[in-house]
Design a protein around this ligand. Structure first.
Ligand code: IMP
Length: 180
């Protein structure tokens, strides 16, 4: 895909590797939640492509809900102050919850979401993230299901953006600034 002027994209995790990992995660989730009422909660916007693929790899009668949060800070640095833009549509009482996120960086956003969802009376709350940048962690977050660990690079694609660009890339890519 064409990159914006002054930027070059380098594939870090290929669409093929993502697809196979998603199938693997889906199988594990299917086994772990047999006969348990499960709601999978996508965190908008970054998780929308991952969630869409993951739920189709889960062979269970699940429900789906979404939350949207905004984390104050610049486009590439999270501040840890989180505001809920869109809360859950339905009660989660009596259900098991799997929060689906695109990436855990400092952990501040997910730490907030985890606490918020846990306070709503779910039977259990677990977290699934496509990507994990462990080097940047500031708060420990329990990552029960993980796609890939990546180095401390800012990445885009497969739902992730920089200033709303590149969400539609099929691969996860790192953005390299060029002078041209
Ligand atoms: P945290 O609160 O620092 O863990 O950041 C979590 C959120 O920051 C993610 O849900 C993403 O929306 C965004 N984010 C962190 N790292 C990246 C990245 O490398 N590319 C795109 N978005 C990122």
């Amino acid at each position: 895909m064409q990159s914006a002027q002054g930027e070059k994209l380098e594939v870090l995790v290929s669409a093929k590797d993502i697809a196979s990992r998603v199938q693997n995660l889906g199988k594990r989730i299917t086994l772990d939640y047999q006969n348990k009422p499960l709601i999978m909660i996508g965190i908008l916007k970054g998780s929308f492509i991952f969630l869409a693929d993951l739920i189709r790899a889960v062979d269970l009668p699940i429900s789906v809900d979404f939350m949207s949060v905004s984390s104050y800070g610049t486009s590439t640095k999270s501040s840890g102050v989180v505001r809920i833009i869109k809360d859950l549509d339905h009660s989660i009482e009596g259900h098991h919850i799997l929060v689906v996120e695109d990436i855990v960086d400092t952990g501040l956003t997910l730490n907030y979401i985890y606490g918020h969802v846990k306070s709503r009376g779910a039977l259990s709350v677990k977290i699934c993230s496509l990507l994990d940048k462990p080097e940047r962690r500031q708060v420990a977050v329990p990552l029960h299901y993980k796609g890939f660990e990546i180095p401390d690079e800012f990445v885009v694609g497969y739902g992730l953006d920089v200033d709303e660009r590149y969400r539609n890339l099929p691969d996860v890519c790192k953005v390299v600034r060029t002078n041209g």
